[in-house]
Design a protein around this ligand. Sequence first.
Ligand code: FAD
Length: 298
Amino acid sequence: AASPLFANLEGDIGVSFEFFPPKTEKMEAQLWDTFRTLEPLAPRFVSVTYGAGGSTRERTHATVARIASESAVPPAAHLTCVEASRAEIDEVARAYWDAGVRHIVALRGDVPGGGAYRAHPDGFANAVELVAGLKRIAPFDISVAAYPEVHPDADCPQADLDNLKRKLDAGATRAITQFFFSPEAFLRFRDAAAAAGIDAPIVPGILPVSNVSQTRRMADMCGTAIPAWMIALFEGLDDLPAARQLVAATVAAEMCRRLYAGGVRDFHFYTLNRAELSYAICHMLGLRPVAPAKDKAA
Ligand code: FAD
């Protein structure tokens, strides 16, 4: 029998990679290195996150536009409703369409500094409205967010699922999940979504973790549970970054393998702009580099 670590027996796995827009030239060089390392794995798309505030927005646009012009990999631009009027968001969406970007990850976003969400007086109230608004601009392929462990603002799991269904009914074609560390939680969520009549793909968001204390801050904000076994696994490794990387790859690869066994074939990686962990996990899933598609810049 094949090794249980080698899951891609059918060669049927599809991956996507998420990046954040770089703030400095050095970070830009690192992101581009990361992109070029992961590109031969032929991701279905790569996405670039979006923050509040003018300069962050421009960095997202610049990164997405560069990928669109220099690579054959389709880029997806994240877009949020935060602190923007409908007219401003429409303008950003039109600029993406004009730059050849066909895929938007449509999100409500969060209020900078935390606290209850407040919509811009002339803005979209939530992701459902944003999806509908984008569809009025152009026939974008739209992804939306989903939460296997329930979004902190949702009244109950059913209300969160109803909200996801509204986003898909408004025109989104797939959901990408918040990161999680329990494959069972994801598979239960996927089954509950199917039972609620959701037939769009729900792609698990995989965060390869090599630093639990950093992850804990992110997890607290978005309602993801960090299991006790994971904290225990990283205990005593604070000063051993190489060992932490090995543990991180093992944990994430095991999670992906269990998701594969549960029928999952598409995986979205939160790369944090580093290639090594995501590449290693994809390799363990059986992905191999393919001859690069013709480079647009060449
Ligand atoms: P929504 O789907 O609009 O709703 C969030 C919650 O509010 C849901 O639980 C829903 O049940 C509840 N809700 C919404 N509308 C109603 C209503 N009318 N009545 C009652 N309840 C309602 N953030 C960024 O700032 N930039 C990014 O680039 C980014 N990328 C992300 C990518 C992914 C894959 C994921 C999973 C998250 C991302 N986020 C990003 C975080 C996201 O913006 C936050 O999680 C935010 O709090 C919710 O966004 P949403 O699109 O899920 O919101």
